[in-house]
Ligand binder design. Structure first.
Ligand code: AMP
Length: 376
């Protein structure tokens, strides 16, 4: 890549940064990342400015000649996003980041957009804890308002007496207490909005989580009705428009009695959109790069059907994965650790049924049985 190629700067050098670069390099961009770890997953595909996410000098260095600045995880300090924004354009805007970082602000925002949410209440002291219990009842889920991800920082509350101890176990930090949703399934929509207002959405994905961590995503699942897809896309479009979002975003929903209840959003590319690399005409990563660089967006349609299985904690032998017909293996170059996302595998087929043999083998290799995927 020529040293004169335009630079896109990314706050964060994890696997999402790596896959953003893998999508943007063919378009003629170079990538620079800010990350505290010099050997982060994105180091394989661009220059790494080693520094803390709130290190202003490092941010200055990161964005110096960049044509666009973006981020790849939602816990980027808003202060850093604002600092980057004063030196050039940053997308998505710090507003998308601020709302997504606080579960109460996020639910309030969904409600203001007319997107259904379950009952919830803020909890920051014992008096609010009592009030939250009155309003929401049991069962419920107590979650930290900030810095929660992959099911971390949350407790399911099955009887009233458990709420106080759960609040103490979370360190009495500001929390949200929300009704437990007896969902039939979990779905997400990954979409991209351009500065021009153009909006494209990938098809609704069905997701399976175990212990709060995404394990399997299926795109174009036959169980997703046309009405559900239409409602979901309308909700995500409203959210993106009201945020003035530029770039890719994902909204996760529960399906209850055939209707959608919004759980949370991510103002970035999302794990449930990894299948789009091989399974969509244009991937979530390429569309994010196109949006932040001010280019036209690409077609988000699925090419037939696709599914993705995460490699969590440990990776099956590469040979075993590659023996499965038609798979695409993505390894992030991370050291194994319990609960860590180390890679993912995508399978694509003409229709849903074509995916099932490969999906079965992948479930066996990664220890996720069909139907066993649930929250807690
Ligand atoms: P979150 O960090 O909010 O995405 O939660 C991680 C996972 O926990 C979700 O994908 C669900 O499987 C489960 N979960 C979170 N909140 C609730 C809830 N209110 N009711 C039922 N399950 C939930």
């Amino acid at each position: 890549m020529s040293a004169t190629a335009p630079v896109i700067a990314i706050i964060g050098g994890g696997q999402l940064g790596r896959m953003l670069a893998l999508a943007g390099i063919p378009l003629g961009y170079r990538f620079r990342f800010l990350d505290p770890a010099p050997d982060c997953p994105a180091a394989a595909v661009g220059e790494v400015v080693v520094g803390a996410y709130d290190d202003e000098a490092a941010i200055e260095h990161l964005v110096r000649d960049a044509v666009a600045v973006t981020y790849e995880f939602e816990n980027v300090p808003v202060k850093s996003a604002l600092a980057a924004a004063t030196r050039g354009r940053i997308a998505p805007s710090p507003r998308s980041l601020a709302i997504a970082q606080d579960r109460i602000a996020e639910k309030d925002f969904f409600r203001a957009c007319g997107v259904p949410v379950q009952p919830y209440a803020a909890v920051s002291n014992d008096a609010e804890l009592e009030k939250a219990l009155e309003r929401v009842g049991v069962p419920g889920v107590l979650k930290t308002r900030q810095l929660g991800y992959d099911g971390k920082g949350q407790c399911v509350i099955r009887n009233e007496s458990a709420l106080g101890p759960a609040f103490a176990s979370l360190g009495r930090v500001p929390c949200i207490y929300e009704a437990f949703v007896p969902f039939e399934r979990e779905v997400s929509i990954v979409a991209t909005r351009a500065a021009s207002g153009a909006f494209v959405a990938h098809p609704v994905c069905r997701n399976e989580h175990v212990g709060g961590i995404l394990r399997v995503t299926v795109a174009a699942d036959p169980d997703i009705t046309v009405e559900l897809a239409r409602d979901g896309e309308r909700h995500v479009r409203t959210i993106a428009e009201r945020l003035g979002h530029i770039g890719t975003l994902a909204v996760e929903f529960f399906v209850v009695a055939g209707s959608l209840v919004a759980n949370e959003m991510a103002p970035r590319v999302h794990n449930s959109g990894h299948w789009t690399i091989e399974g969509a005409v244009t991937s979530q990563f390429e569309n994010h790069i196109r949006a932040v660089a001010g280019l036209p967006l690409g077609d988000p349609s699925v090419r037939g059907a696709a599914a993705m299985v995460n490699l969590i904690g440990e990776e099956p032998p590469l040979e075993d994965l590659l023996r499965i017909g038609g798979v695409h293996v993505h390894r992030y170059g991370k050291l194994p650790r319990a609960g860590r996302k180390l890679g993912h595998v995508t399978v694509v087929g003409r229709e849903y049924d074509d995916l099932l043999p490969a999906l079965d083998t992948l479930r066996t290799l990664t220890g996720v049985s069909a139907g066993a995927a649930r929250r807690h």
